[in-house]
Design a protein around this ligand. Structure first.
Ligand SMILES: NC(=O)c1ccc[n+]([C@@H]2O[C@H](COP(=O)([O-])OP(=O)(O)OC[C@H]3O[C@@H](n4cnc5c(N)ncnc54)[C@H](O)[C@@H]3O)[C@@H](O)[C@H]2O)c1
Length: 345
């Protein structure tokens, strides 16, 4: 039987590194290749226990040459494409071309490279609920389904949607098995500021306050604001199921909790795990660790419909309290390294 060799672009990042670990833990015959621009100490430490089953290839998806230099290409069975530049408002102003070059051209480079791999079985694109974007008149009140509507506003979301369409087209043109997943609001182990993502999740901001032994500062409006929060650990499990499925029924899957949690409830859940957590509610507009608009409840800010992934792969997110407990257990094993300080919003 042929062994799976799985390349993960952005494999040293938040979502990618969790997936690499999960792939290696789940199947002793799997080998992975982490293709990333940079690999920090946290990612190195995660990969060390797996020895030579994880190969690190430093490269840039904007460079076809660095993709062509990946060793052992004839054996690669799966490509998971996670590398990108995330939405940061100032980056969009300072260098709008970055989103086109890294996210759209970079994705096309990865597809162009992948289509020539002789043993490739599946290409999985990590997309974002950002493609649902800002609510339109047609955006449902009930959980957001994979069928849209699509209304991506900023360059990040536009580039994610465009890349999805390009990936599907490559699938049709070249007979590639192309799948995409759209993630909601991710938190969990391995979240940290990277060269491509600087806006951290509320659970990260809460952990920082606990580490600093100070109250977490929350704007008043945020208490009733909501999000569909899912841990990187639960995401990895869903991605492994999709990678391993013989013939998935759908091209695209939401991977999310499927329900909304308010920031107030999120704080209560964390306080039940860490009773030392204190909160200070500040006026809207003041500097805070968490500030989110309660009016955002539809489209990308809605709960996502997860019937596809749930029914087909028998996947179920753990209760949020369990996901949070698992995340904080991981953080507090080595808090300074696993949850470094960030600037307030
Ligand atoms: N984190 C979230 O909340 C979230 C939500 C929705 C979707 N996603 C999607 O998940 C995927 C992974 O995001 P993440 O949260 O792990 O971000 P991340 O920044 O932690 O990881 C991205 C990785 O890509 C690498 N990278 C960036 N540009 C590169 C380039 N030009 N060449 C090679 N490597 C490059 C970075 O070094 C980093 O390790 C992305 O596709 C993102 O759109 C994430």
């Amino acid at each position: 039987m042929r062994r799976n060799v799985i390349v993960v672009t952005g494999g040293a990042g938040f979502v990618g590194s969790n997936l690499v670990r999960r792939l290696l833990e789940d199947d002793a015959d799997v080998r992975t290749i982490v293709f990333d621009r940079t690999v920090d100490d946290l990612a190195h430490a995660l990969f060390v226990p797996f020895g030579d089953r994880v190969a690190i290839h430093l490269g840039d998806i904007t460079s076809p040459e660095s993709l062509a230099a990946v060793p052992g290409q004839d054996e690669i069975t799966h490509v998971v494409h996670a590398a990108m530049a995330a939405h940061v408002p100032q980056w969009e102003i300072d260098d709008p071309t970055r989103f086109v070059n890294v996210n759209i051209v970079g994705t096309t480079n990865v597809l162009e490279w992948a289509r020539q791999l002789p043993s490739l079985e599946r290409f999985l694109y990590l997309s974002s609920g950002g493609v649902y974007g800002d609510a339109t008149a047609d955006s449902p009140e009930e959980p957001q389904p994979e069928t849209g509507p699509f209304n991506p506003p900023e360059l990040y979301a536009i580039s994610k949607y465009t890349s999805e369409l390009i990936a599907y087209r490559y699938g049709a043109l070249f007979g590639l098995d192309v799948r995409a997943v759209r993630l909601s609001w991710v938190f969990g182990p391995m979240e940290r500021v990277t060269s491509s993502r600087t806006l951290m999740s509320p659970p990260y901001a809460i952990a920082r306050a606990i580490i600093d032994d100070r109250p977490v500062r929350v704007t008043r409006r945020s208490l009733s604001a909501v999000g569909d929060f899912l841990s990187s650990e639960d995401i990895s499990q869903a991605l492994c199921s999709l990678l391993g499925a013989v013939e998935p029924r759908h091209t695209c899957y939401n991977v999310a909790a499927g329900e909304l949690t308010s920031i107030s409830d999120l704080l209560d859940l964390v306080a039940a795990i860490h009773p030392s957590l204190r909160r200070t509610v500040v006026a809207d507009g003041e500097s805070a660790d968490i500030d989110h608009d309660p009016a955002l409840r539809r489209a990308r800010w809605n709960a996502y419909a997860i019937e596809r992934v749930r029914s087909e792969f028998d996947w179920e997110p753990r209760p949020l309290a369990e996901q949070l407990a698992s995340y904080y257990a991981w953080v507090f094993e080595d808090a300074p390294a696993r949850c470094p300080a960030i600037a307030p919003v």
